[in-house]
Write a protein that binds this ligand. Structure first.
Ligand code: ADP
Length: 484
């Protein structure tokens, strides 16, 4: 009800274009649902190409002034935005739980993450340093400056509806870019709340725009427009590939954070209790709906039985229900399609011989999936290659280091991996060979706003976080001086 009051008070049923809260030209809307109940909680404008173009016009018009501002002044806006995210932390968390379903304490942690990114880039705005370099001729000087890319389109997913917006916009705005955000249609309200706070922080009109609606018309308007110089996208690999194609005719800069398929490796010498705790977090956080969630748990022969027994016990102790109920570990999945997908993967694994160990019963309504551990999963099961994106944990047994490295890398994705061992030599040997952008070592969580997050192979290109995240939105320009 706190969230509902906020939706009303902040007018979060409108899009935000050129500093104005607006409806669709057609007056059409799209419903937003609470995934825990399936009930409609509100609606947002169903924008089309014409409104998306207006947002690009606004961002394009605002770009010269915004990019021409002193970096420390842009930093000031970002700092105010950061402080507002903190002031409304619990309100924002309630909005996240309402539209996305995650337990309230996890939603609070999501807001903490958003604050951390806003803070980092408020600081980092002032550090877009260039370089000078030794010239190759005596009477020359070479100076390298960094310039913002231009108008940025950001397409964000539903699993972290607030943090994904901040993680893209904070560095883009710090760099001097203006942004048009298209949030996921399942979770547009958190993005509109971020816009509300940006308005309160005083960002000039047109710097920060949010367009709501269905993906295709807006996606095509954003990717097809030559004034949009960069696309920053987080979402599925399938959609990412389509967007690369759509961006080709105008040769946009791309930052893509696509699907993962994380291996979670437990070696014989690991601290088994720590490995179980790490696997629980990595697998079950956000009901398994993160791109860094353990998707394949590989346990070495010597500790397999011990790990499996403890992991099943921990999994069975998970509670499932509405995220607003204190003590809930697992909320619902985002929508019916997500449930149908994981049910297909479970059935496929079971046909291939997997043994199913179910935990808590599913509550009546909503898109809930019971926590499930699957053992004796065949290596050719569909869930070896596809992301489960659910609280379902397949465990595979292996014997040697070489074997587990080969298994880990036998997929197209390469975002995160996890490794539990206490042998420093072994850790380095394996980590060196894992084809992922991030390796969690004896830790089931890896997020850090100052570190370069992103993937290799089909998990995408570019990095978010730290100075790497700022660089995504900057282009070097070198000035060649003849001194004569
Ligand atoms: P997931 O739902 O697995 O996170 P999606 O890739 O479907 O992944 O969604 C991520 C974002 O991409 C959402 O904002 C969604 O609306 C958007 N999206 C989906 N299809 C397209 C498309 N064809 N063009 C542009 N954006 C799209």
């Amino acid at each position: 009800s706190r969230a509902r009051a906020l939706i009303r008070d902040w007018n979060l049923d409108k899009a935000f274009i050129n500093g104005q809260w607006c409806r669709a030209d057609s007056r059409e809307t799209i419903d937003v649902h609470d995934p825990a109940t399936g009930k409609v909680i509100g609606d947002v404008p169903f924008l089309r190409t014409s409104e998306a173009r207006r947002a690009i016009d606004a961002a394009d018009d605002a770009f010269p002034t915004w990019s021409g501002m002193l970096a420390k002044d842009r930093a000031g806006y970002l700092k105010r935005w950061r402080d507002l995210l903190e002031r409304y932390q619990d309100d924002l968390a309630a909005l996240i739980t309402l539209e996305q379903g995650k337990p309230f304490d996890q939603a609070q942690r999501e807001v903490v993450g958003a604050i951390a990114y806003a803070e980092w880039y408020a600081e980092e705005a002032k550090r877009a340093y260039g370089q000078t370099m030794p010239a190759t001729q005596r009477d020359r000087r070479v100076v390298v400056q960094k310039h913002p890319v231009g108008v940025v389109a950001a397409i964000t997913p539903w699993n972290f509806p607030l943090t994904m917006v901040v993680r893209k916009c904070a560095p883009a705005l710090a760099a001097g870019c203006t942004v048009v955000i298209k949030p996921a249609e399942d979770t547009p309200i958190s993005a509109l709340a971020a816009a509300k706070l940006a308005e309160m922080a005083g960002f000039p009109a047109g710097v920060f725009n949010v367009v709501t609606g269905l993906p295709t018309p807006i996606g095509e308007a954003l990717t097809g427009d030559p004034r949009v110089r960069m696309l920053s996208f987080t979402g599925s690999t399938e959609v990412g590939k389509r967007l690369i194609v759509q961006c080709a005719p105008t040769v946009k800069k791309l930052s893509l954070e696509l699907g993962g398929n994380a291996p979670f490796i437990v070696m014989d010498d690991a601290d088994i209790d720590a490995a179980v705790a790490g696997a629980m977090i990595s697998k079950f956080r956000n009901s398994g709906q993160t791109c860094v969630c353990a998707n394949r748990i590989f346990v070495q022969d010597g500790v397999y039985d011990r790990f499996v027994e403890k992991f099943i016990a921990a999994s069975n102790a998970q509670t499932i229900g509405n995220g607003f109920v204190p003590g809930t570990d697992l909320g619902p999945l985002i929508n019916r399609q997500a449930v149908a997908k994981v049910e297909r993967l479970i059935e496929n694994a079971q046909k291939g011989g997997a043994v199913l160990h179910y935990g808590a019963e599913r509550p009546g309504d909503g898109h809930f999936v019971r926590p499930l551990v699957m053992t004796d999963v065949a290596l050719d099961a569909d869930c070896f290659d596809e992301e489960l994106f659910a609280p379902v944990a397949p465990i595979y047994r292996f014997k040697t280091e070489d074997e587990v490295v080969a298994l880990s890398n036998r997929v197209r994705a390469g975002l995160s991996s996890y490794l539990y061992s206490r042998d420093v030599g072994r850790i380095h040997r394996i980590a060196d060979r894992l084809e992922t952008g991030v390796v969690g070592i004896n830790d089931g969580t890896t997020s850090h706003e100052g570190a370069p997050f992103g993937g290799v192979k089909e998990s995408g290109q570019g990095r978010e976080g730290g100075h790497w995240g700022l660089d995504e939105y900057l282009e070097p320009k070198y000035l060649n001086f003849a001194l004569g």
